[in-house]
Design a protein around this ligand. Structure first.
Ligand SMILES: Cc1cc2nc3c(=O)[nH]c(=O)nc-3n(C[C@H](O)[C@H](O)[C@H](O)COP(=O)(O)O)c2cc1C
Length: 433
């Protein structure tokens, strides 16, 4: 069996197999003390006694998970969330070519509850953005047509649906690029760690040397993010978009100084390395409005060889800048996560970013029902995104409310083709039959 290196991480490595780098926090941010900004004033303070899991079915809310079942007013009230659980963006590679399939409507709606927030799998903003086969796009009319019933199915269940905007940058291969071109990045530095290979139509291959974006490319790329956002919201019907600034993909390739060696205004200083991310955010806001835009950031991931020498300083700067835009949210992944695997432990913390960022903060990565509830209660995050456990439990909310055991996720079917491990994880009801 091949070891796949997929959209965010090594698909087949057992959790705990990879150890994190042990760099000390940047000097300026040593030993951060936790100081939550607290939840915004718009948040309901009295937790409801019952939760609507859909179909008019109300379940009592046990006190241990109650923080996860308190409503939340997102984007200054544009989106009224019934709870704090978010479905994390999860690449599933079930598209045919770049066209999402009807099974995606089933997959997402199975996991939708009234007032829940679902973030879609990473979705290519352009043909050049593709780094993985069988991942959907947002740039062709036929892709948008195919997204419409998927989005509608989620909305019919009363959930809120954001689409994650993706450009893989150097995490691609000429075999996946239009005209066999070299993939584009901030620099010509390739992904070199042997643990990463790229899947092409003729099998796994090592990553190749990318081409460094010219300033003209950068202007075009920014425009492509904005157009994809418009397509997502105005044509496909998504409620909003999440800019994928995480996991070693294009935006992260500009932010992180292990990748970005530019000497122009897009490289060098922290301010310069964050410029591309902020230009994308501004363009996407101009396209669909700030209250429909979130961004995902991974300060500490080493995935796809994207590391930063001063992760605290870099990302605190980014948070300070993002404070100016009135975004729907900032979404960060806990340092214990490298792509889609959990590290043994990490000396790092998202706390400094949470403290600096004034708006809605989503935290993700390795949360269990109790730790997610504690994260909301303590103010570690306003919302908690769950990936693998929610993927494996279409009735995730119900199980938490009933203290029911959770299905185990099956790593072998994360990225396989076919419906197994996609739409056939059993609900409690199905298990009881
Ligand atoms: C199968 C799979 C696919 C993923 N795809 C994406 C993706 O498309 N975009 C993204 O930002 N993160 C992606 N991730 C990372 C998850 O969103 C999440 O950060 C990670 O799984 C840790 O959260 P968890 O411990 O709750 O699973 C993926 C993870 C998995 C397991």
């Amino acid at each position: 069996m091949n070891v796949m290196r997929m959209a965010v991480g090594p698909g087949r490595l057992p959790a705990g197999a990879v150890t994190n780098s042990r760099r000390a926090p940047d000097a300026a941010f040593k030993s951060p003390t936790y100081a939550s900004t607290g939840t915004p004033a718009t948040t309901a303070t009295v937790p409801p006694a019952q939760f609507d899991i859909g179909g008019g079915k109300l379940l009592p809310i046990p006190s241990d998970v109650a923080p996860l079942f308190t409503p939340y007013s997102l984007s200054e009230g544009r989106f009224q969330l019934s709870n704090r659980i978010v479905y994390a963006p999860l690449t599933r590679m079930r598209a045919v070519g770049t066209i999402p399939q009807p099974s995606a409507a089933m997959y997402y709606s199975q996991r939708a509850v009234p007032g829940g927030l679902i973030i879609s799998e990473a979705t290519n903003i352009s043909a050049e953005g593709i780094g993985y086969m069988s991942t959907p796009g947002l740039y062709l009319p036929e892709q948008l047509e195919a997204w419409k019933p998927v989005v509608q199915a989620v909305k019919d269940r009363g959930a809120i649906f954001f689409c994650q905007l993706w450009h893989c940058g150097r995490a691609s291969h000429p075999d996946l690029q239009p005209g066999g071109a070299d993939p584009i990045s901030s620099s010509t530095r390739p992904v070199t760690s042997p643990e990463y290979t790229v899947y092409t139509p003729s099998g796994p291959k090592p990553y190749t040397t990318p081409r460094a974006a010219t300033k003209e490319d950068i202007r075009r790329l920014v425009g492509e993010y904005a157009q994809a956002a418009k397509n997502a919201v105005e044509v496909a019907g998504f409620d909003g978009v999440e800019v994928h600034g995480a996991n070693g993909y294009l935006i992260d390739q500009f932010i992180k100084d292990s990748v970005n060696d530019r000497t122009d205004e897009y490289g060098g200083t922290i301010e310069n390395r964050c410029r591309f991310a902020l230009e994308v955010v501004e363009a996407v806001i101009a396209a669909v409005g700030a209250d429909r835009v979130g961004i995902r950031i991974t300060p500490f991931t080493t995935f796809l060889d994207a590391l930063d020498s001063t992760p605290y300083a870099t990302h605190v700067y980014l948070m300070e800048k993002l404070n100016n835009y009135g975004l729907s949210y900032v979404h960060m992944v806990e340092p214990r996560i490298k792509g889609n695997v959990e590290l043994d432990q990490s000396p790092h913390s998202l706390e400094p970013f949470r403290r600096v960022y004034k708006g809605t903060f989503i935290t993700a990565g390795g949360f269990k029902p109790d730790t997610g509830a504690a994260a909301v209660a303590s103010g570690q995050g306003d919302l908690v995104a769950y990936g693998r456990t929610y993927l494996a439990n279409p009735d995730f909310h119900k199980r938490l409310l009933l203290h029911a055991p959770l299905n185990q996720y099956d790593r072998d079917t994360f990225y396989s083709s076919g419906m197994e491990g996609y739409i056939d994880y059993p609900t409690l009801e199905e298990l009881q039959k």
